[in-house]
Ligand binder design. Structure first.
Ligand SMILES: [Zn+2]
Ligand SMILES: [Zn+2]
Length: 258
């Protein structure tokens, strides 16, 4: 595989890196590409035998509701090994673990995953099936700057700029403190979201706009005229407010005459 960078000397659509990769695969004049592969693993698919489902009518699990335990990690690594999933040459392999509502619970490289699984629980020791959480959302940082783990988590959670209607890639977006750091906002995944430079500037400098980030990553943006629009991280479902599907229409007793 080759890396294809945007080339302004070429006419559209060849000036876009992805278009050039598809349309000019013979072009070997550019440096080699590195690919970052992410495997998404729903936690429900990794539940160890004997896991008890919550009773009907129970509250849906919260972001911190079900810990990702050593048993989950063993199951996950076993499946990756069975499938032979490996990092591409020169690239990286990460795993995104999602909850029942599609929320991103953890984003870790497979190398980290193996290290954590080998280490086991820091409290109860290696090999203990204690049910403690071994991975989860990256912890908040004490200063202004985010950690590499937070960066990975945010890019995988948001995928694009989170401003309503914007689809610019999160890979080129800024990680914005929704409550500004100078105003007491923490450097935590609960207070950081991806905004492209245009919408980052809008939020920082335009008057009358309000931004609120909920713990599950839902962003509420209120315009100066008071209209609030909501964006959710891709994959996140609102299991509390999703309306029940209407029953399918009954077939007519008799076929209509033609
Ligand atoms: Zn433990
Ligand atoms: Zn944007």
């Amino acid at each position: 595989m080759r890396v294809i960078r945007g080339d302004r000397s070429l006419p559209a659509p060849f000036d876009h890196p992805h278009a050039a990769l598809v349309l000019r695969p013979w072009d070997t004049s550019r440096p080699a590409v590195t690919a970052q592969v992410t495997v998404t693993a729903p936690l429900a698919a990794l539940r160890p035998a004997g896991w008890a489902a919550p009773s009907i009518g129970a509250e849906p699990p919260t972001l911190d509701g079900e810990p990702i335990t050593a048993a989950h990690l063993r199951e996950l690594l076993g499946r990756l090994d069975a499938l032979g999933v490996q990092a591409p040459p020169g690239g990286g392999l990460a795993v995104a673990i999602t909850g029942d509502d599609g929320a991103l619970l953890a984003a870790v490289t497979v190398t980290e995953l193996r290290r954590i699984a080998a280490r086991g629980c820091v409290v109860h020791g290696r090999g203990a099936d204690c049910g403690c959480a071994l991975v989860g959302r990256p912890p908040a940082m004490p200063g202004y700057h985010r950690s590499t783990a937070q960066e990975r988590f945010l890019r995988l959670r948001d995928r694009t700029c989170r401003h309503p209607g914007c689809s610019r890639s999160a890979g080129r977006a800024d990680a914005d403190h929704v409550v500004p750091y100078d105003c007491g906002g923490r450097t935590s995944c609960e207070n950081l979201c991806c905004l492209c430079r245009t919408h980052h500037r809008l939020k920082t400098f335009a008057r009358g706009w309000r931004f609120e980030l909920l713990p599950n990553g839902t962003l509420l943006v209120t315009t100066p005229s008071g209209v609030t629009r909501t964006t959710r991280p891709p994959g996140l479902r609102d299991v509390r407010t999703q309306p029940a599907l209407p029953p399918p229409p009954r077939p007519p007793d008799e076929a209509p005459p033609f």
